[in-house]
Design a protein around this ligand. Structure first.
Ligand code: ZN
Length: 280
């Protein structure tokens, strides 16, 4: 591993001196609609804007979260984009009914992606087959509605690739969010399509293998994300995460790749604009 990957983490000062004014620097994955932010959401948005984060994408989880996302979109016009989809951890035996109720909502809300969808067998393998079916249905939605997917994968890559391999429609475009796999996993994913990979605070953690993945993925397929309120980057690790932490992730990626942080924000802006059809 090149020694620069082990070099010092970006400090507050370094982040504060980066000039992001020519870039959008967006957070492509935040749950800031959740109740962890109910008491200070205004301040959280103000801090994100102040930090140079100019757009935030909110991935949906289930039927209950939809009105929350829609409300955020109305409350912060132009600042928020929303998605629709059923999170794998919310897939149970009623998933068919849930998806039937969700599908008409695409006519109701301006949605930029289908997500987050995928397979999560980390805590519970009970609903594995149902998660596979729900993923298959929602990948068909991507094709039908010409929207990209946001994939959540935890101990689920084999199943996800299997679902993709058995799709009876063209493979849609999309992002594997919070990606922490191996270089071999990147290669296996790329055999199925030219996808993007979302990188969050995990990249800054001491024993993280993600820095070594960055050159494998390449700047032109990376997306910045927080996955807030989870996974706050160093130097805020362990605290509630928020979009204002994006510059730390951005600066760390620049450091690891040996490129200027503005190049990282410009490239990840372009990637997000291209994948999600955003006009930034
Ligand atoms: Zn998420």
């Amino acid at each position: 591993m090149p020694s620069r990957l082990l070099s010092h983490l970006p400090t507050d000062l370094q982040v504060a001196t980066i000039d992001f004014k020519h870039t959008t620097m967006l957070d492509s994955h935040s749950h800031f609609y959740c109740d962890a932010f109910d008491n200070d959401r205004e301040a959280v948005v103000a801090r994100a804007r102040e930090a140079g984060v100019r757009h935030v994408i909110l991935p949906n989880e289930n039927l209950e979260s939809v009105p929350r996302l829609a409300a955020m979109r109305e409350q912060y016009p132009g600042y928020i984009s929303m998605t629709l989809g059923l999170h794998p951890e919310d897939v149970h035996d009623d998933y068919h009914d849930v998806l039937d109720q969700m599908h008409p909502m695409f006519d109701q809300y301006p949605v930029i992606a289908i997500g987050e969808i995928g397979i999560d067998l980390y805590w519970d393998k009970t609903w594995r087959i149902q998660q596979q079916h729900a993923l298959d249905i929602q990948l068909h939605w991507c094709h039908e509605l010409d929207l990209p997917f946001i994939i959540h994968c935890r101990e689920g890559l084999d199943d996800i690739l299997d679902v993709i391999d058995h799709l009876d429609c063209p493979v849609p475009r999309g992002v594997f969010h919070s990606f922490t796999g191996t270089p071999e996993d990147v290669a296996r994913i790329r055999q199925r399509g030219d996808f993007y990979f979302g990188v969050n605070g995990i990249v800054t953690f001491k024993k993280s293998a993600v820095p070594q993945l960055l050159p494998v993925i390449g700047l032109d397929r990376l997306l910045l994300e927080t996955d807030s309120p989870y996974l706050a980057p160093v130097p805020n690790r362990g605290k509630r995460n928020e979009s204002a932490n994006i510059p730390y992730i951005n600066a760390f990626i620049g450091n690891a790749l040996g490129v200027n942080p503005e190049e990282v924000s410009a490239a990840t802006d372009r990637n997000a604009a291209s994948l999600f059809g955003l006009e930034l």
